[in-house]
Design a protein around this ligand. Structure first.
Ligand code: AMP
Length: 404
């Protein structure tokens, strides 16, 4: 079975074609600058060099046409005909409270995604355009949607509700939704496989540490709490996002800095986090290299980040009443041994200790980086696209079984 995975943004379309039996990527690429000058498709063919196709791509529909043309191209294509592709899986950022599982697209599903655009205006609208485009170019194929929020739909109400008047939860759906769900789910499943144990029997904490970052408590395979909230702004200090702050800071700054309210969102999303604290960069590679040279603000920014991650891990160990394994993933989690070491420092009380030698793991490798007396600590490269492909396969199987 071959599944095409689509991740549509407002000006880009990423795709990967999976051969599901071996979970192998057959082709991947990205259409960039859709609707802008210099639009192009960069095709990555595993074990062959990249190839760049520059042509005018005015909209997502044209991008979808181009992807199919390239996938079936005689020279650089990966399939002989589109008949070989069984289904298309689309990534959707926000599934609200309605979508707790991947689903096969129909009119009602599209309407549901459209109604949630209030919560993720840029992402959900672009994803819908992607679905419409692939329905047109591959009319006979099943389209499935997998949501970033679904995995967190098992969080109990006491954890997802904010302490504001209940009517706003009822009226606007203001609650914690959580994000990076496809990533947390994927690494939790992999951790269980690596441990050779049933996920249903495990208490895990998964740390997705990238330019956006979140920590999730996973009990018996289900998310029971996560650090991101109503939007991806809550939780850990991130590259440029503030994470948790006292809400009064906003009204204070609006008054003191004469900051217009409409600027606040941009400020909190783009000018805070480690960029704001360091005043230098949001990139952890820059900060680590400056910290090594003794730059005090770079050191401080990294300390704030590490402290935040420790705070969430510790809280979630308490909530889970223990831990069977800790997992690091995403750009920082997969590559920065320094940050991983610092996060796990002085955690022996909680059963966690990093082995300095094993912690050298980088470059997309799966490693167990804990000492023999520690609970297992893993580095597991995330694979959200494979998770979408697996969820697509699952949604189709469930539907076929219900008709059987
Ligand atoms: P992501 O959003 O998952 O792509 O992660 C991006 C983040 O990972 C950026 O802040 C990068 O600085 C960070 N990152 C990537 N490689 C490394 C590395 N070798 N050491 C430290 N941080 C890294």
């Amino acid at each position: 079975m071959k599944i095409l995975v689509i991740n549509c943004g407002s000006s880009s379309l990423k795709y990967q074609l999976f051969e599901m039996h071996h979970r192998k990527v057959m082709a991947k690429g990205i259409v960039e600058r859709i609707g802008e000058r210099g639009s192009r498709l960069v095709v990555e063919i595993p074990s062959v060099s990249n190839s760049k196709i520059v042509e005018e791509i005015k909209n997502i529909k044209q991008a979808a046409n181009l992807v199919i043309r390239v996938l079936t191209d005689k020279e650089i294509g990966s399939v002989r005909s589109i008949k070989e592709i069984s289904a298309v899986g689309h990534r959707i950022v926000h599934g609200g409270s309605q979508f707790s599982h991947p689903v096969i697209v129909d009119t009602a599903v599209k309407r549901g995604i459209e109604l949630l655009a209030d919560l993720a205006p840029l992402h959900n609208v672009a994803a819908l355009e992607g679905i419409n485009a692939f329905e047109r170019v591959l009319p006979e194929k099943r389209q499935v949607v997998a949501f970033d929020t679904s995995f967190h739909q098992t969080i109990p109400k006491k954890a997802y509700l904010y302490s504001i008047p209940y009517r706003y939860y009822e009226r606007y759906g203001i609650r914690k939704y959580g994000f990076h769900g496809l990533s947390h789910k994927y690494v939790a499943q992999r951790a269980a496989e690596l441990l050779g144990r049933d996920l249903i029997k495990l208490k895990l904490i998964t740390c997705h540490l990238g330019s956006g970052a979140s920590v999730t408590a996973v009990d018996k395979g289900k998310s029971i709490d996560t650090s991101m909230g109503f939007t991806p702004l809550e939780g850990l200090t991130m590259g440029t996002r503030s994470g948790d702050i006292d809400p009064s800071i906003i009204s204070f700054l609006v008054e003191k800095e004469a900051m217009p309210l409409e600027r606040v969102k941009e400020f909190l999303n783009k000018e805070c986090g480690v960029l704001g604290v360091s005043g230098i960069s949001s990139d952890f590679r820059d900060l680590e290299s400056l910290a090594k040279k003794g730059d005090s603000r770079a050191i401080l920014a990294l300390d704030v980040f590490v402290y935040d991650v420790k705070r969430y891990i510790s809280a979630y160990i308490g909530i889970l009443n223990g831990i069977d394994a800790l997992v690091f993933t995403a750009g920082i989690g997969e590559n920065s041994s320094t940050i991983r070491q610092q996060i796990c420092e002085n955690m022996t009380y909680l059963g966690l200790e990093v082995d300095a030698k094993k912690n050298k793991c980088t470059n997309g490798n799966e490693c167990r980086i804990s000492t023999s007396r520690s609970k297992p600590i893993f580095v597991i490269p995330t694979n959200e696209e494979l998770m979408i492909a697996l969820e697509t396969q699952e949604a189709i199987r469930t539907m076929e079984e219900s008709f059987a």
